[in-house]
Write a protein that binds this ligand. Structure first.
Ligand code: FAD
Length: 830
């Protein structure tokens, strides 16, 4: 097997060693700067509360596996997980509502959960102030991870299996030859390795810097305190400290005041997120001392009592039993935050053999370790981990200022009620398209993604709402779905379907792939035959070896050796870059250049039945259906501006994406705008776009489908060329699958009452039982009903009724045939 060096013997590093050993890998060394019995990282003092359920399916499933695993690690009759259950209480009506939403996530992701009354909360948790609590959410399988103990037991068991552990050994450098790591350096010499995995927790930034990799995590201090003995707790006689099993009450969250609680025998432990963010630079903490104990370790900073005062007051209100006690001990413990709150997992594209698994909570530790072990041993993880990918960040998001500001913000908001469309106030305006000034003039309301400002709707279109025909009049929404929404998007959709609208497509990733090896690369990675003639557009999939979908892309063949790729994420860029490099190494002379041209170019989607009239007025190119058919492209000039006209559409209407380089952008916008006036042209935003996309059934990668799904289930087998002769990644697995009937399917649903909104991730019930979950949803203005896409068992048929749960309310919906709009594609191919 490969020689592996794991840096860090915290809960992540030791779990990784264990997961690799259990997959048959044997040459593993774990290098730890602190003493092995108590390394001194975040794990050494983690109180270990595991609340599994989150809005993310991935994170919930990583947590669920962690619970299973900790329950399986046992010594002296005691496991490493105390499954006391988890209770989140609401003390405000807004929180009470939100717990319903959270209960929905649990149902969606397969975690047993129950909404409980205030009375039941107090019965389950007698110390609660019954005058404050309005209700709660109880999750019986949550509980306390005994993280430090699990770490020790994992060290014990993997040492027996041959894993070498080196304590008191700081890694001071990472050795490499060319683009491959070859080992790590330590004060006692070099340890050779084929694979180096940094599980260094909040020291990740320093480790990444050793190989020129920006790790976008921010170490922050977070307060945790223990009370003196609480008579009401002590009276229960749970002072049994054997192997840490010193709690029987559920772990408790009081999110309205940013607090959580656990028992430590007769004492309470209180964690607080309400204080000011306290960023830490790991390098400034100095070396881990030779002797580490519970009070003396680098991840444990001095307690700042004044920051904790509000927490103490609020705790005494919620738990009156604390009123006669005091804080016995507290500390400001350090752990990692990231720009989007997710962990960081994976490898950089420029280097082989270097991996990271950082910014991981105890809650997700074994899950993350298993995912990485699966990636290392088989090339893919069972649980889709694209949202954890190191390569998911855009360049601007790796900047230290960005990481610091967004990391602190995530700390502050960690327990807030967050709307799925909630926008951060800062940092903003990091990336704007060349059309930005014009969009401002039109009153664009911008939403941000990947640093890009993208118009969601335009206030300039407000008056159009009044003139909408009755069947297009927007329905009234509930207060939650009305947030961050405007009825203007109905008018923008109407204009697109009945006249013409222009959409800013600049923020969609565009990569230039060229060179003598380009055809070979794309033939090998995609499910389509891209050896078509220059001037064609192909919608195709990127699969993994197991035929899981790792991306969907557009391949534009511009010339024999020149392609443009329309992609979803920065991870696609990292994948293409890495694969191009590997292929070049294997086929010398067949060079390939992969370049991100998103920011240096811009793009307008001009769509609607009158789009051709607009183009015809400003271009001499033959834009008839014959001259430029669907899925073809042409380079041309519009009023002196060099452009590429690409006949494709995300919204299901006739039209083009018109692309040019950034410096011509504003002129292009003005030229089209001017020409369009005659034909009723408006600017449209992403909200209308999303609605029309769903009506047409176009999937969004990462939300509607992921590596967990294959093309047959996801309803995108039309993007697989069954006759493709060349081999491609995932082909063999696909051939096996094509003979099977999918056991689940991504389905289009419409809401029967024509008005009840859904926002995504809600559970779907079939014959009264939770059977699946919603991916994306939107109001379909053309069809006059809300639409939801949902994963459902294969046996659920078209025409059948299902129920979607939205804040505890069941909404009836019907499984529909696709597409909901223009299934014959008449609008696109005229
Ligand atoms: P660590 O445990 O920090 O391990 C990293 C190891 O790498 C360290 O031992 C370090 O010494 C070693 N290392 C670093 N650099 C080098 C080097 N150059 N050479 C060799 N070794 C190196 N999470 C939960 O899920 N639930 C909770 O209730 C919870 N509560 C928390 C409360 C507090 C106060 C804090 C601070 C954190 C809490 N967390 C909680 C978060 C959790 O503790 C951490 O996310 C988790 O322990 C991180 O584990 P790790 O293995 O990645 O990192």
């Amino acid at each position: 097997s490969q020689r592996v060096v794991i840096i860090g013997a915290g809960i992540v590093g030791t779990n990784l060693a264990d997961e690799l050993v259990s997959r048959g890998w044997s040459d593993i060394t774990v290098v730890e700067q602190g003493p092995l019995h108590m390394p001194g990282g975040s794990t050494s003092h983690a109180p270990g509360l595991v609340f599994q359920t989150s809005p993310s399916k991935t994170m919930t499933h990583l947590a669920r596996y962690t619970v299973e695993k900790l329950l399986s690690i046992e010594k002296d009759g005691h496991k490493c997980f105390n499954q006391v259950g988890g209770l989140e209480v609401a003390t405000t009506p807004a929180r009470l509502e939100d717990l319903k939403r959270k209960h929905g996530y649990a149902s969606s992701w397969g975690i047993e959960a129950r909404l409980v009354s205030a009375e039941e909360c107090c019965k389950m948790y007698p110390h609660l102030n019954n005058e404050m609590v309005l209700g709660g959410l109880h999750i019986p399988s949550d509980g306390l991870a005994l993280a430090a103990r699990a770490t020790q037991l994992l060290i014990e068991r993997t040492s027996k299996a041959g894993v070498r552990y080196l304590g008191h050994t700081p890694v001071t450098g990472i050795e490499r030859e060319g683009r491959r790591v070859t080992g790590v350096s330590t004060p006692s010499g070099t340890i050779p390795a084929d694979i180096v995995v940094s599980c260094a927790g909040f020291w990740g930034v320093e480790l990444g810097a050793m190989v020129g990799v920006e790790i976008p995590l921010l170490p922050l201090a977070h307060q945790y305190a223990k009370t003196t003995t609480v008579p009401a707790l002590a009276a229960r006689g749970i002072n049994n400290m054997i192997n840490g099993m010193n709690a029987t009450l559920p772990i408790l969250r009081h999110q309205d005041k940013r607090l959580y609680y656990r028992e430590h025998g007769g004492q309470y432990g209180i964690g607080y997120y309400g204080h000011r963010p306290m960023p830490v630079v790991a390098a400034s903490l100095g070396l881990t001392p030779k002797e580490v104990d519970e009070k003396n370790m680098p991840s444990r900073l001095e307690f700042t009592t004044e920051d904790f005062d509000p927490a103490w007051k609020e705790s005494q209100k919620l738990l009156p039993a604390l009123q006669n006690t005091e804080i016995a001990d507290g500390f400001n413990g350090v752990f990692s935050f990231t720009p989007d709150g997710g962990p960081i997992l994976g490898q950089p594209s420029h280097l082989d053999g270097f991996y990271v698994a950082e910014a991981v909570w105890v809650t997700h530790s074994a899950g993350v370790a298993r995912a990485l072990a699966q990636i290392l041993t088989t090339g893919r993880s069972d649980i889709d981990v694209s949202e954890c990918e190191l390569s998911r960040f855009e360049e601007i998001q790796l900047n230290r200022d960005y990481v610091s500001e967004t990391g602190q913000q995530n700390f502050v908001e960690i327990y807030d009620i967050i709307h799925p469309l909630q926008q951060r106030a800062s940092p903003r305006n990091l990336r704007v398209s060349p059309f930005y000034a014009r969009q401002l003039e039109l009153g664009a309301v911008f939403f941000e993604t990947g640093g890009w400002e993208r118009p969601w709707w335009y206030e300039a279109n407000k008056d159009l709402v009044k003139s909408l025909p009755p069947s297009w009049q927007p329905v009234e929404r509930d207060a939650w779905s009305a947030q961050l929404h405007s009825p203007i998007s109905a008018a923008e959709a109407w204009k697109t379907r009945n006249a013409v609208a222009m959409f800013d497509m600049t923020a969609f990733h565009r990569f230039d792939v060229r060179g003598p090896g380009a055809v070979g690369l794309l033939q090998r990675l995609t499910t389509s035959d891209i050896t078509t003639k220059p001037g064609t557009v192909t919608y195709t999939l990127l699969l993994n070896d197991h035929s899981g979908i790792r991306g969907d892309i557009f391949v534009l063949r511009l010339d024999d050796d020149v392609f443009q790729i329309g992609a979803n994420t920065a991870t696609d860029l990292a994948y293409l870059t890495r694969e191009a490099r590997v292929q070049e190494q294997n086929t010398p002379g067949q060079w390939i250049q992969v370049r991100d041209i998103t920011g240096s170019t811009c793009c307008i989607g001009l769509w609607g039945p009158r789009a051709r009239d607009v183009i015809a007025g400003i271009s001499t190119v033959d834009v008839s259906n014959k001259g430029l058919p669907y899925f073809s492209l042409k380079k041309t000039v519009i009023q002196g501006i060099p452009v590429t006209l690409i006949r494709k559409s995300y919204v299901g209407e006739l039209g083009w994406e018109i692309q040019t380089s950034a410096e011509y952008g504003q002129r292009l916008w003005d030229t089209i705008w001017q020409a369009g006036k005659l034909h009723g042209l408006i600017a449209g935003g992403r909200s209308a776009f999303n609605s029309m996309r769903l009506e047409k059934g176009y999937r969004t990668y990462g939300v509607d489908m992921t590596t967990e799904h294959n093309p047959f289930e996801a309803g995108v087998s039309y993007a697989v060329d069954a006759n493709k002769k060349d081999d491609f990644v995932g082909k063999a697995a696909l051939e096996r699958l094509s003979k099977k009937v999918p056991s689940r399917r991504l389905r289009a649903l419409t809401v029967d009452d024509g008005r009840s909104m859904i926002l995504g991730k809600e559970p779907v019930f079939y014959k009264g039982k939770a059977a699946g979950y919603v991916t994306t949803a939107a109001f379909g203005y053309t069809i006059g009903k809300p639409i939801a896409y949902a994963w459902l068992p294969g046996y659920v048929r078209e025409g059948e009724t299902v129920e979607i749960e939205y804040f505890g309310k069941r909404i009836r919906a019907t499984v529909e045939a696709e597409s909901l709009y223009d299934p014959e594609m008449n609008r696109l191919s005229q």
